[in-house]
Design a binder for this molecule. Structure first.
Ligand code: ZN
Length: 64
């Protein structure tokens, strides 16, 4: 990895990271990543019924 000198390259566009927007180079890239993350969360279908059944079988373990 020749570009990993400081590990500070924007994961969105690859430009040098700016401290106020770490680990991104700009607010725009931070927003891009945030939107990506949010849409990923909202895209996950929730199946509460199945989760409760599993929780009963495992005896109250962390829901993950
Ligand atoms: Zn960037």
């Amino acid at each position: 990895m020749p570009e990993a000198k400081r590990g500070s390259a924007c994961p969105i566009c690859g430009k040098p990271v700016a401290a106020p927007f770490r680990p991104f180079c700009s607010r725009r890239c931070a927003d891009v990543d945030l939107n990506r993350w949010l849409s990923g969360v909202y895209a996950v279908p929730v199946t509460e019924d199945e989760e409760e059944d599993e929780r009963r079988d495992e005896g109250g373990e962390a829901p993950n």
